[in-house]
Design a protein around this ligand. Sequence first.
Ligand SMILES: NC(=O)c1ccc[n+]([C@@H]2O[C@H](COP(=O)([O-])OP(=O)(O)OC[C@H]3O[C@@H](n4cnc5c(N)ncnc54)[C@H](O)[C@@H]3O)[C@@H](O)[C@H]2O)c1
Length: 366
Amino acid sequence: MAQDKLRVAIIGSGMIALTAHLPSWKALSRDVELVATADILPERARLLAESAGIPKHYGDWQKMLDEVKPDLVSVCTPNAYHAEQTIAALQAGAHVLCEKPISICYKDAARMYEAAEAAGTILMVGQSTRFTSVPFAAKKLIDEGRLGEIYFGETYWLRRRGIPTWGQFHMKEHSGAGPLYDLGVHNLDLLFWLMGNPAVKTATGVTYTKFGNRDEGLATSLADSGAPEGVITPRPYDYREFDVEDLAAGFFRMEGGISVSFKTSWAANVPGNPHQTTVLGTEGGIQIDPFTFVTNVDGYQTNVTPIAPGDPPVAFPGHIGETAHLVRVIKGEEELIVKKEQVLNVMKALDGLHESARTGREVVID
Ligand SMILES: NC(=O)c1ccc[n+]([C@@H]2O[C@H](COP(=O)([O-])OP(=O)(O)OC[C@H]3O[C@@H](n4cnc5c(N)ncnc54)[C@H](O)[C@@H]3O)[C@@H](O)[C@H]2O)c1
């Protein structure tokens, strides 16, 4: 019945709202009803609402929370606004699906979870990369103990030229960091989750800005920079505003002697856009892309290529999985997969990497 449906509102009516949240919530129409959109640019909120027959749209998200009183809010704004808007939505009694990264620092992330605990509602961070079939299959193999003792992990996602040019990703004031918070947070979240979330003990990091702050005069594409289906209304892009890193790399020591190597870029002189996540154990190893389980069988070194069932043929299949999961969690049918301890561990790693890059030293994390 309609009144039993979760009434969902969206704050931030840009690319990810249009291409991922909207279709994912619409796919759950048995359980969910989209009731309102908001954006600091009212025209975007109107366009998003009208594209999907959503009855209300606002230029003021707080007014939307006060008037509409949604049951669930998708926070789809630039990273620097996630904390304020998520906390306000939680305090208004809503569950929240907050886009990644949860926030631009550990301290804000911790405050957001405190607000969720105080409100008694659910805060889920949209770590969408986990919610596709290969990561789930890999996690199952690892949790069954098939890798033996896990001691090392590596993850990277490099883009040759893929600086997002439609939004505010390239400005520290709005996004906090560059590829670290755009791509890197997906990789670290995935790897830490696969490895069982060992606590980060030290961080060593470097960041570089070598391409984003100059005009190379190169032809680039929205698809290569993460908007495969385009955007509603692009913001004019000016490379002179670019004040984040365009490459970051790090090394983390974790509890139990485990360590992790990591790198990410929006621009680097590499062929293609290479990405890989690898977990090494004493009895086996896992690579995510292509999905391979490396082990020994009957005295032979053996590569197993499990066939994961595949994902919905949409631009952002992980969002289909994460929204469906959140609805099941709210209905009490499943336990939340993206846990507070995991999200906070990743934020500690990212804060540590920043601090190490700033000081030029290894940083010990409490
Ligand atoms: N999970 C993924 O795969 C994925 C992919 C892309 C983006 N994202 C995340 O989604 C978020 C948004 O990215 P996007 O690509 O949609 O960017 P975008 O620039 O297309 O959209 C952001 C929207 O927020 C609006 N906005 C800005 N400040 C605001 C404020 N203070 N209050 C209300 N609205 C405000 C902007 O006008 C814009 O319409 C980011 O946190 C990003 O990291 C996730």
